[in-house]
Design a protein around this ligand. Structure first.
Ligand code: PLP
Length: 259
């Protein structure tokens, strides 16, 4: 499937109502707060990034009306189209959370506030050059493959230190932390191992982080596993279906090897 084939609005899934969307948001925030309390963490230290991929502009406007001021999108073209359609919502921030091809970096540099899937220097270099041109800067997360699945995007944990050492030369990129997709498994302990590995890696990298590189953030946890991620130190959870309802497109469209 090509990116341009993405439907404008979901056609098969029933349209979510503003009430249900607002209630879902409240429930997820409560579950986040509860998980923080259980783990002895400050709930304000965990940010909820609602992930709106496949959802139409009308649903995104509902999310805005319910209080969302940032949205995560996996694909650049889809994000860009939505950012244009919703440009009147001037305080809405866009986070691109999926793999980026170098030739699409220019779009991200134009509209995104955050990019969570940095895993190649070529992309860092292109983003930086384009951002300098636009007079903008961008928060970035370095994506790590925490499950050793070969088809997953992200750097091997062992390659992260070298990679991060190169990043200060790209002055328009503000490095915030690490991002991962845990293993796709119903075995909570295997999922948890990915999160533990991420926290340990972040703690290790933080000690040797170059000046100007902040590695405070850990973006991990989705609809099915965000509470486990919070127990292990997540500071950003990316939640889609539990807020917006099921998606029409299979996840294999967004994640290699998941379908
Ligand atoms: C879609 C997506 C999510 C959210 O997944 P849900 O299961 O809908 O919560 C999180 N991270 C990335 C990178 C995604 O593409």
């Amino acid at each position: 499937m090509n990116e341009t084939d993405i439907p404008e609005a979901t056609e098969n899934a029933p349209q979510i109502t503003p009430q249900t969307l607002a209630a879902n948001l409240r429930t997820i925030r409560q579950r986040i707060d509860h998980a923080c309390e259980q783990a002895g963490r400050d709930p304000s230290a965990v940010r909820l990034l609602p992930v709106s991929k496949t959802k139409g502009n009308d649903v995104l406007r509902m999310a805005y009306a319910a209080g969302c001021r940032e949205l995560g999108e996996n694909k650049v073209q889809e994000a860009r189209r939505k950012a244009e359609a919703l440009a009147d919502l001037t305080d809405l921030r866009w986070s691109v959370i999926g793999h980026l091809q170098t030739n699409k970096a220019k779009y991200v540099a134009r509209f995104a506030h955050e990019f969570q899937a940095l895993d190649r220097l070529r992309v860092a270099e292109t983003l930086d050059r384009r951002l300098q041109k636009e007079g903008r800067s961008l928060d970035v997360f370095v994506q790590i493959n925490s499950s050793d699945e070969p088809q997953k995007f992200g750097l091997a944990p062992a390659d992260a230190a070298d990679f991060i050492r190169q990043l200060p030369q790209f002055s328009a990129l503000r490095v915030r932390g690490l991002m991962t997709l845990a293993i796709f498994s119903s075995d909570t302990e295997r999922v948890r191992q990915c999160f533990v590995r991420m926290r340990e890696l972040r703690d290790r990298l933080r000690q040797e982080a170059p000046a100007g590189v902040s590695l405070e953030e850990l973006s991990m946890g989705m609809s099915g596993d965000f509470e486990t991620a919070i127990e292990e130190g997540a500071t950003v959870v990316r939640v889609g279906q539990a807020i917006f309802g099921p998606r029409d497109l299979p996840d294999s469209h967004y994640w290699p090897g998941s379908g």
